[in-house]
Design a protein around this ligand. Structure first.
Ligand code: BTN
Length: 348
């Protein structure tokens, strides 16, 4: 029985978060993967629940905006999907073992990073994914505000408990940057690149920003939260960022499926993170990262608090530091946690 298999498989334990959602998620997954009718009998048998329970869960899915056709003798079939990034939608398409095995979704929250830190303090497990449709106090890098309009943006935060020292955490952020760029490329064939360390850009404009925060002692990280903000279906931006921001909708000319983007990003991240964990650094990923790096070979301005300087960005090393050759020929490695870089003529 499917349910018994799931119960034995710890990687699927996200379905035990809430009993009602447990069946909603699995029914959605079954209807989605069938692509056609699934009989009520089959749903009862696979999930080990009554016909009434199946019907109640189908009604719940309809209330969530799914269009489900019920046909006598054939069963149930999905005919329409809501534009949602709620737990059941993301969980029903997510193909990961570890990342997002537990999902917490909010239609509105202050900040997914803030929430992830709160639940991390209470013991939430590695791989927990927090998603919000709207953030009222979204945080950007350097204390900036990050705007997350409902129905248009993507905001999520992944909680990890890596057995690393704090100085290695910036590498994990670079891995997430790669994952986002690869997700955009694979889903939309979009020439997305990375502005070091982890802005995802296309055509010189920003599509996505990443903010990692951590709780740590001198040698030991308790947890990190990696927050990802993606400009998905926005058509316009506030004046102050209109010259440097763009969205997937603007770039692809179509509305994008936000749940699919979250799922694909988690899948790419899980794959890249496994390589990072095995190597203990970015040696197995740096060639791919450097191929995505838009600063490579370009003159950059390094905004080092100890003194700004310019040079040519050569690429990252295995610790994720940006190697910059200064005009006098000397090479510096720039650590992502301390400084940022700008193009000499603007954002990139
Ligand atoms: C940047 O300034 O480039 C980083 C932006 C990070 C925004 C994301 S949205 C999800 C998560 N929650 C937050 O409050 N911030 C991050």
């Amino acid at each position: 029985m499917l349910l018994q298999r799931i119960m034995r498989d710890p990687s699927r334990c996200r379905i035990f978060c809430k009993v009602s959602d447990m069946y909603k998620n699995e029914i959605l997954r079954m209807l989605r993967s069938s692509g056609s009718y699934v009989s009520g009998q089959e749903l009862c048998r696979e999930l080990g629940i009554s016909r009434t329970a199946v019907w109640k869960n189908i009604r719940q899915l309809e209330e969530d905006g799914y269009e489900i056709e019920a046909s006598a003798g054939k069963g149930y079939r999905i005919t329409g999907f809501p534009d949602t990034i709620a737990e059941e939608e993301v969980a029903s398409i997510l193909q990961t073992e570890r990342m997002g095995k537990k999902i917490r979704y909010f239609s509105r929250i202050d900040s997914t990073n803030q929430y992830a830190k709160r639940i991390a303090e209470e013991g939430a497990e590695d791989g927990t994914l927090v998603i919000a449709d709207e953030q009222t106090a979204g945080k950007g890098r350097s204390g900036r505000h990050w705007v997350t309009p409902p129905g248009e943006a993507i905001a999520f935060t992944l909680l990890l408990r890596p057995p690393l020292s704090p100085d290695r955490i910036s590498m994990v952020t670079l891995v997430m940057g790669m994952a986002v760029a690869e997700a955009f490329r694979s889903l939309y064939d979009l020439p997305a690149g990375i502005k070091w360390p982890n802005d995802i850009v296309t055509g010189g404009r920003k599509l996505c920003g990443i903010l990692t925060e951590m709780s740590a002692e001198v040698q030991k990280v308790h947890y990190i939260v990696i927050g990802v903000g993606i400009n998905a279906n926005m058509c316009a931006f506030p004046d102050e960022i209109s010259q440097i921001a763009t969205s997937l909708k603007i770039e692809t000319g179509q509305d994008v499926n936000r749940a699919q983007i979250i799922a694909r990003t988690m899948e790419c991240f899980e794959r890249c993170y496994a390589v990072f964990e095995k190597d203990g650094d970015l040696s197995g990923l740096m060639d791919d990262y450097n191929a995505l790096l838009i600063n490579r070979g370009k003159v950059v301005r390094v905004l080092d608090p100890a003194g700004e300087y310019s040079g040519t960005a050569l690429g990252i090393n295995r610790r994720g530091e940006l190697i910059v050759r200064r005009d006098d020929g000397t090479e510096c490695s720039v650590y992502a946690g301390e400084v940022s870089v700008r193009g000499v003529y603007g954002y990139v």
